[in-house]
Design a protein around this ligand. Structure first.
Ligand code: ZN
Ligand code: ZN
Ligand code: ZN
Length: 383
């Protein structure tokens, strides 16, 4: 994988005319320093979390500051940048000319700095490192800042460190679908509508890769942690591979999400503390075995997105391990849900139950992931 990235990187460095605006500084919220082509983006993600920039002192809405900067374009009056972020992130860039000091805001109005928002920082990175085709202009910053979705902000926006497990909430969840084949490679990997709209705004070339897993809300959590308070490494890595997909798609002339999908298969999310007090539900249906079911419910492992277990097998195999306190058994989604794209149960065979027993007793999640993948290779309904 690393080799692939390196060669992709080299190819890109050669392939993309690096009309790099402004050189070093600016928009480096993730510790990167510009750089050229997607390689620059990848490097800036890899290098994080070194903070090369002064942290924003106005992340929380507060009234009374008279000295905001904003865009001269009157359509984006709602966009506010604190002097610290203006001087460290905007002024060194070619986009500085679009900004000016704003007239003082009414003193009672509580404002926060929009440059401290996660997705706005990502928009800054896109402008500085992924905009060789001039697809985006500076309005990307306020447009991303103004993204609202009916279901509200990402539930992970306010997490304040990487040991807090993402909350499980009821929303419509989205996953990756290959628009060319219709295949949904990782049905258990889900992101929220807020993150999807931001991704679509930042990366329009892969905007058709996101589909809802169901039209009605269900229990789940977002795989991205777009926190305004800390830089989550796993999220940066996922976005780095999404950026790789943008480039691969541009080169292939069609959406190609394989870089991110393959990386997600090989890299499990970090353990972020375990949720306790899980409500237990008795199984409500039979095991679908190897026949894809879209009506039965399954549990999905948070670390091995394609390891799905029906309610019956969960009760027989996982629940006892859960009661014994085995760590791997605690890593399933809190509540079972249906998979509109269908799921087959990966614990119906004696062989896979042995694999599970070995993985659970040794805590060897890589072993489990490997066996699940081998199992999928014979399966007819997925690639
Ligand atoms: Zn700021
Ligand atoms: Zn989200
Ligand atoms: Zn089963």
């Amino acid at each position: 994988m690393r080799k692939f990235l390196q060669s992709l990187n080299q190819e890109l460095q050669g392939g993309f005319a690096p009309q790099q605006p402004g050189g070093g500084g600016g928009f480096g919220g993730f510790g990167g320093s510009g750089g050229s082509g997607i390689g620059g983006l990848i490097n800036s993600f890899i290098q994080q979390p070194q903070h090369s920039n002064v942290p924003c002192p106005r992340k929380v809405p507060h009234p009374g500051f008279p000295d905001w900067f904003g865009l001269t374009d009157p359509r984006f009056q709602y966009f506010n940048v604190c002097p610290t972020c203006y001087h460290s992130q905007i002024r060194p860039t070619p986009y500085a000319g679009a900004f000016a000091q704003k007239p003082p805001a009414p003193p009672h109005l509580a404002l926060r700095c929009d440059m401290s928002r996660f997705w706005v920082r990502m928009a800054g990175l896109v402008l500085m490192t992924m905009n060789q085709d001039r697809r985006h202009d500076v309005t990307l910053l306020p447009r991303v800042s103004g993204v609202t979705v009916q279901e509200g902000m990402c539930p992970n926006t306010h997490l304040d460190n990487e040991n807090v497990p993402p909350p499980s909430v009821s929303r419509v969840w989205y996953t990756i679908r290959d628009p060319n084949t219709g295949v949904i490679p990782l049905p258990g990997w889900t992101v929220c509508s807020h993150c999807v709209v931001n991704m679509q705004t930042l990366c329009p070339t892969i905007s058709n890769a996101w589909v809802p897993i169901s039209q009605t809300p269900g229990e789940g959590s977002c795989a991205f942690v777009p926190s305004d308070h800390f830089d989550d490494q796993y999220t940066s890595q996922q976005l780095q591979y999404a950026a790789t997909c943008v480039v691969a798609s541009a080169q292939a002339g069609r959406t190609d999400m394989s870089a991110l999908v393959n990386w997600l298969r090989d890299n499990t999310p970090p353990a972020r503390g375990s949720s306790s007090g899980r409500p237990w539900q008795a199984p409500s249906g039979p095991c679908p075995q190897n026949y894809p079911s879209s009506t039965l419910r399954c549990y999905v492992m948070r670390d091995v997105f394609d390891f799905m277990v029906c309610e019956k097998c969960f009760a027989e195999v996982i629940k006892p391990d859960l009661d014994r306190g085995l760590e791997l058994a605690r890593r399933f989604n809190t509540a079972p849900s249906t998979m509109p794209s269908g799921f087959t149960c990966q614990l119906y065979s004696a062989r896979m139950r042995q694999v599970w027993a070995h993985a659970a007793s040794t805590g060897d999640i890589a072993f489990l992931g490997q066996k699940v993948r081998m199992c999928e290779d014979w399966s007819y309904h997925r690639t």
